[in-house]
Design a protein around this ligand. Structure first.
Ligand SMILES: [Zn+2]
Length: 179
């Protein structure tokens, strides 16, 4: 079974320092919806793992988050892409939860709910916290330069053994070419 885990903000959609708080603020990174559709068409199951501290900070309601995800699913489905589930951490950095990346809780939940082992499962993110969470859960991290990724590369902070791609579309093209 082919499974892939995607971060949301900075990978699928443009990130915002003030959180994505409404469907209007959610804007796909060019090429990402099509890339997700290519994954679907190549037999991948796709799930999202996302920190959403805006919930804990009162910047974002669960209703707004649902509306945002409705827009995301809609834009991706136009190309035939399917995101099977969105796993999110609703906590803030001071809550001490086990699900906020770099903690692996969201990944462990994905493994439990989907009855899968994450060994070798590709996880695409734009932050080192995505890399750490993926590793802690046994998945294989990949970085993209969209979102915060470019600053990681500019500061030469990317781990040597983590592949780096310009964006989700480039990562997916490479992944599919290896299938
Ligand atoms: Zn959490």
């Amino acid at each position: 079974m082919k499974l892939i885990i995607l971060d949301r903000d900075g990978v699928i959609n443009q990130d915002s320092k003030d959180y994505i708080k409404s469907a209007d603020e959610w804007r796909a990174i060019p090429g990402s919806p099509e890339a997700i559709a290519r994954l679907t068409h190549n037999g991948y199951r796709i799930v999202v793992a996302s920190n959403q501290a805006g919930l804990a900070r009162g910047k974002l309601t669960i209703e707004a988050l649902n509306t945002i995800h409705h827009k995301m699913h809609d834009q991706i489905s136009r190309y035939g892409g399917v995101i099977e589930a969105v796993f999110f951490c609703p906590h803030g950095p001071d809550d001490g939860c086990g699900c906020r990346k770099p903690e692996p809780g969201l990944y462990n939940e994905i493994a439990r709910r989907l009855h899968v082992n994450l060994q070798g499962v590709i996880s695409i993110g734009d932050k080192l916290s995505d890399v750490e969470a993926a590793r802690a859960a046994g998945a294989s991290p990949v970085l993209v330069k969209t979102g915060y990724g470019q600053s990681i590369v500019d500061n030469n902070e990317q781990p040597d053994d983590v592949p780096v791609y310009d964006d989700l579309a480039a990562a997916v093209d490479d992944l599919i070419s290896l299938d």
